[in-house]
Write a protein that binds this ligand. Sequence first.
Ligand SMILES: O=C([O-])CC(=O)C(=O)O
Ligand SMILES: [Mg+2]
Length: 387
Amino acid sequence: MRITDVVEITKPIASPIRNAYIDFSRMTASLVAVVTDQVRDGRRVVGYGFNSNGRYGQGGLIRERFRDRILHAEPDSLLADTGDNLDPGKVWAAMMSNQKPGGHGERSVAVGTLDMAIWDATAKIAGKPLFRLLAEQKGVEANPRVFVYAAGGYYYPGKDNSALRKEMRSYLDRGYTVVKMKIGGASIDEDRARIESVLQEIGSDAQLAVDANGRFDLETGIAYAKMLRDYPLFWYEEGGDPLDYALQAALSEFYPGAMATGENLFSHQDARNLLRYGGMRPDRDYLQFDCALSYGLVEYLRTLDVLEQFGWSPARCIPHGGHQMSLNIAAGLGLGGNESYPDLFQPYGGFPDGVRVQDGHIVMPELPGIGFEGKSDLIRVMRELAE
Ligand SMILES: O=C([O-])CC(=O)C(=O)O
Ligand SMILES: [Mg+2]
């Protein structure tokens, strides 16, 4: 068997929203297809992938570098020892040949996008949902019921606190028990008023997480920590620059509640440095590494090994990104849950049709691969690319 083609298209996922750092008015994402010569249920096996929001499409890197490394590799060198399926680890090694270590830049997004498609193809060839395949490989029991929380609460032209409350209420109406909003894109007094307004709205029906998107310097991060600790929040996310581990450690001295970070760390080495130097607390904090931005699941498995080495449970991981790939990892390998953007970044995010959030959880359907075929608006754009 072999991979016969790798195709990429860069698609807009623009919206008028803004966090504390960027707006999404020109945001794009790469959609990729990895075409194989295999046929299952009368259809050619094609694996699909896309990168999460926030880092733009990676068409240049995918088309000019990584695609060729896959297609020029000796086909048998990409296969499992059984010879009847791909080995995602070997495809990963082919993509990363002749790459220096460190300085991860955005090549990790290009590789993560392709890696998603390779795992999709691999699980489809095996005829199983990816989460079942992962649990089997690891020798653990899969749990198809996954915690999800609703991320939104962006700054938006003309959006006042009543619109923010209405947005959060709509997430509760859709079954979520944790909601997230942005902070750091307004004054601290305004943000306090926004938080109080949302807390009043959700009452005891749900909990609130807040996300500063890495905006704060140490002084501002501490000022926010002191303000935020007045409230029973689910977590305080990404206060300062993602690579400033000393800042993260200092913030935790001022914030006794749960903190979350990691969506902008793109390698297991960066993850390890966060655990070494970031003062993160394994009994309460959350890690948000997103495989689609950070060299894919082959690398995420290394990151999970690092966690284990440092005494962290995979249950402390709730990845960024809101895609079905991380849902599979959560269900297969026991992560604590996954992000979800109920109203944003469609058709890429979200769940297969018919999956409903109940009591803050979804149940994974038994679809071969990642499950894209179960989401009609998504599989339509995927098939336009390669079938
Ligand atoms: O606004 C963004 O870039 C997305 C983000 O941080 C999140 O989902 O946690
Ligand atoms: Mg975030």
